[in-house]
Design a binder for this molecule. Structure first.
Ligand SMILES: [Mn+2]
Length: 466
């Protein structure tokens, strides 16, 4: 938690940006796993609630009445029976004062606040809910059916939150740097443990344990798979096999819920084959090129396309692609290798603010997504970069057998692809390299004091010596 001035400043700015009405920010409740008292662990607070109200407890709601300039933290104090099981917990009024909120009230007060505002026909601003219990709470409070809640959410509030949370200040960057140190431990642990015969699941479990030991949890379910071409491949009980590559995409959330998100792809034996190196060095070049050209004022969509052109040039040298590079990228031919976007925003969420809808976060009036082309339609971040943005840089090259067959049969982009040569890569798997970039006033830099090894020589040396 930051000191209270941070939260006071943020809420003041939020009031200014939203203008009028009542803002209701719902915190999360415990989420049952297999029975009500066995919740998913650990409890995860809503990120926007955390950003403005800082408190980690379940069952809280923050209310900002802009017209009357009052703020209230709503929640029920726990009773003696809960104290017996969980120990003494801070009172709601103490929690309010810790974050500079002058009023607190029990949950029943929220009904009164909403009823009064509805009667007075004042605007009630809420964010699009993503948990079913909150959807029911909104139905009870405001009479809006869950099917209508996304449309009824306040665009003013969404825009204000996105504007503020997109730019990370110095104390947030410190948190992100800290999350990166946990991410470094996770990835180097994987690199130490990789050897033929160990299962994917065993190593993924060890990686997850690092996140739980030093932080709050993983920032998303760890991807650890010899099938790197399956973009979100879950770790299996398969044993690691000599000659294969294994892809590890994993990140931590530190205790304040700031995230890291990195990907490395390693040879199971610790030594790349010539064929693996050829593809790996292209992904490495793309990853480094994005770092070179990202800076304030540049659209991340254009960085993505520049990376796709570089990838196409290099794949032409290997005989996997052909034709004019510019035309190939315009046609979307590169997407057979790279079917996802170059990156996404990162902060309190690993895909930052994705609950506010990617079109509001990664795009704006000026930069619209291209939803009509396979691959390009998966781009999560396209708009102009600004100082303080944190985005991921995660190019990849994948050989997806079903996709190769699909495009070969339909002839899609056949002028730019050598399907005969592609046949021989169907057993290759996939490579992704991912780091987190902070946009600075004149360029960008990676987040994390120690960068997880990724140049092939560094990877091989690390795996040999550890
Ligand atoms: Mn990512």
């Amino acid at each position: 938690m930051f000191n209270k001035e941070t939260y006071i400043r943020r809420r003041k700015e939020l009031q200014r940006l939203v203008g009028d009405g009542v803002i209701v920010l719902f915190g999360n409740n415990e989420s049952p796993c297999n029975f009500p008292n066995n919740g998913y662990y650990p409890f995860r607070q809503d990120s926007s609630f955390l950003y403005y109200f800082g408190q980690q407890r379940d069952g809280l709601v923050g209310v900002i009445d802009i017209d009357n300039n009052t703020e209230t933290l709503i929640g029920d104090d726990i009773d003696i029976e809960d104290i017996v099981w969980y120990g003494s917990v801070n009172s709601v009024s103490n929690m309010a004062s810790e974050v500079g909120v002058s009023h607190s009230a029990p949950m029943k007060e929220l009904t009164k606040i909403c009823n009064d505002a509805l009667r007075q026909k004042r605007k009630i601003h809420f964010l699009p809910p993503y948990r079913f219990d909150i959807k029911l709470q909104i139905l009870d409070l405001l009479g809006i059916h869950p099917n209508q809640q996304k449309e009824s959410a306040s665009m003013n509030l969404i825009k204000a939150v996105v504007k503020m949370r997109s730019v990370k200040d110095a104390e947030e960057i410190k948190e992100l740097e800290h999350a990166a140190t946990i991410g470094y431990q996770m990835h180097t642990t994987a690199m130490r443990l990789i050897k033929p015969g160990r299962t994917e699941k065993y190593i993924a479990g060890q990686v997850n344990g690092i996140a739980l030991s030093y932080g709050s949890s993983v920032s998303f379910p760890t991807i650890f798979s010899q099938h790197g071409e399956i973009l979100h491949g879950a770790p299996s009980l398969n044993q690691l096999e000599a000659g294969k590559l294994v892809l590890c995409d994993a990140g931590a959330e530190n205790m304040n819920n700031y995230c890291s998100d990195n990907t490395r792809t390693m040879p199971v034996t610790g030594k790349f084959t010539q064929r693996q190196l050829e593809i790996y060095s292209i992904v490495e070049a793309c990853h480094d090129y994005a770092l070179e050209i990202s800076k304030p004022g540049v659209k991340y969509f254009d960085v993505h396309l520049a990376v796709c052109r570089l990838m196409t040039d290099r794949l032409k040298e290997l005989g996997l692609m052909k034709g004019d590079t510019e035309e190939a990228v315009r046609a979307g031919a590169h997407a057979i290798f790279l079917p996802h976007g170059l990156g996404h925003m990162m902060g309190l969420d690993v895909h930052d603010m994705e609950n506010l809808d990617q079109i509001n976060v990664g795009f704006d009036e000026e930069t619209r997504p291209n939803l009509n082309q396979f691959g390009t339609n998966s781009l999560r971040m396209g708009r102009r970069l600004e100082e303080g943005f944190v985005v991921t840089d995660e190019p990849g090259i994948y050989f997806i057998p079903d996709l190769i067959d699909d495009w070969k049969t339909s002839g899609y982009c056949k002028d730019f692809l050598n399907f005969d040569k592609l046949e021989s890569y169907k057993d290759f798997g996939g490579i992704r390299l991912e780091d987190d970039i902070l946009i600075t006033h004149d360029g960008c830099r990676f987040i994390g004091k120690d960068l997880i090894p990724y140049h092939p020589n560094d990877v091989e040396a690390f795996m040999e010596n550890n």
